[in-house]
Write a protein that binds this ligand. Structure first.
Ligand code: ADP
Ligand code: MG
Length: 250
């Protein structure tokens, strides 16, 4: 059984009377342990696809099997439970609580998980911060950490529930290139060391080069699905030509 199986996924947003077809028939399979980068020009449907994969939003049509379970017709509550169990999220802007220590930030998702004692929370959060190389920064607040360190706290938080999938939307978008590289190295290590599946949206060539599989989106369709970075770049540039001017900010 595949971890993820999308079959002819469509998403139509209706805004006033206008209909926008953000996804126009996406069919992909992703296996446990893969490392997938999602690329494409602004407006091509990357965020919509991530939100669908992350069970944050429901497609208008099509089938999405996550671990064999149909997500497309699942209620909001059922999707939330599935998400909490299976998926960890990392965002461009870290999304950490400002007045809260690194340790407490990482413990937070465990507060919502039933049957985890305070002692276990502390133990797991400590282990995750250790894993991302921040054993000596547990008591620091986000404002006392560098951008790269904050993103590592966010990664520890995403991992604390032991998810199958780590999803990241532009995880290095707010980092300088050196700290961005640290975060990439961490994601690579996590993917290589464990069974964690990494799916990320990125404009960053260094990240995409590291991914074992690149999906290129254009106009709500996957136009390239490749392990060859050169082929992905070519597909991307074709997309740029068609959709100029393209933005690199989302
Ligand atoms: P990307 O992340 O690649 O920039 P998005 O998935 O955000 O693309 O958007 C895909 C298309 O769907 C765009 O045309 C966008 O304007 C539209 N869209 C996205 N979200 C909404 C929404 N909530 N309501 C209406 N249209 C939307
Ligand atoms: Mg986007």
């Amino acid at each position: 059984m595949s971890l993820i199986k999308l079959q002819d996924i469509r998403k139509i947003y209706t805004l006033d009377e206008m209909k926008v077809e953000a996804l126009r028939g996406i069919s992909i399979t992703i296996e446990q342990g893969e490392y997938v980068a999602l690329m494409g020009p602004s407006g091509s449907g990357k965020t919509t696809l991530m939100n669908t994969l992350g069970c944050l939003d429901r497609p208008t049509d099509g089938s999405y099997l996550l671990n064999g379970q149909e997500v497309a017709t699942m209620s909001r509550d059922a999707r939330a439970r599935l998400r909490n169990r299976n998926i960890g999220f990392v965002f461009q802007s870290f999304n950490l609580l400002a007045r809260t220590s690194a340790l407490e930030n990482v413990e937070l998702p465990l507060l919502y998980a039933s049957g985890v004692s305070g002692r276990q929370r502390h133990k797991r959060a400590t282990a995750m911060l250790d894993l991302v190389g921040l054993a000596d920064r547990m008591g620091h607040h986000p404002g006392q950490l560098s951008g790269g360190q904050q993103q590592r706290v966010a990664i520890a938080r995403a991992l604390v529930n032991d998810p199958d999938i780590l999803m990241a939307d532009e995880p290095t978008g707010n980092l300088d290139s050196r700290t961005g590289k640290e975060v990439i190295a961490l994601l690579n290590d996590l993917n290589a060391a464990g069974r964690i599946t990494v799916i990320l949206v990125t404009h960053d060539q260094d990240i995409a080069r590291n991914a074992k599989r690149i999906l290129v989106l254009r106009d709500g369709l996957i136009v390239e699905d490749t392990s060859d970075f050169a082929i992905a770049t070519k597909a991307l540039h074709t997309a740029d030509d068609l959709e100029a001017p393209s933005s690199c900010n989302d």
